[in-house]
Write a protein that binds this ligand. Structure first.
Ligand SMILES: [Zn+2]
Length: 67
């Protein structure tokens, strides 16, 4: 499942939210309860490298050894 990290624009708190693929619900800040949030990053748990990452040394798309 993708994990989204949000930052609250009201109080500045950051938190992770595990979301379903087609999730469209609202997210509220756990600190102040506002929905004024900025999505910072998304990542898929279990994968260390994001799609599109290339090794700068060998140009291997899934190299884990040389950089
Ligand atoms: Zn907040």
């Amino acid at each position: 499942m993708p994990i989204y990290e949000f930052q609250c624009n009201q109080c500045g708190m950051t938190f992770d939210q595990l979301c379903r693929i087609n999730w469209q619900g609202s997210v509220k800040c756990p600190s102040c309860g506002k929905e004024d949030l900025t999505k910072i990053i998304s990542q898929v748990s279990g994968l260390g490298r994001g799609a599109g990452d290339h090794c700068s040394s060998c140009s291997g798309k899934s190299c884990n050894g040389c950089n």
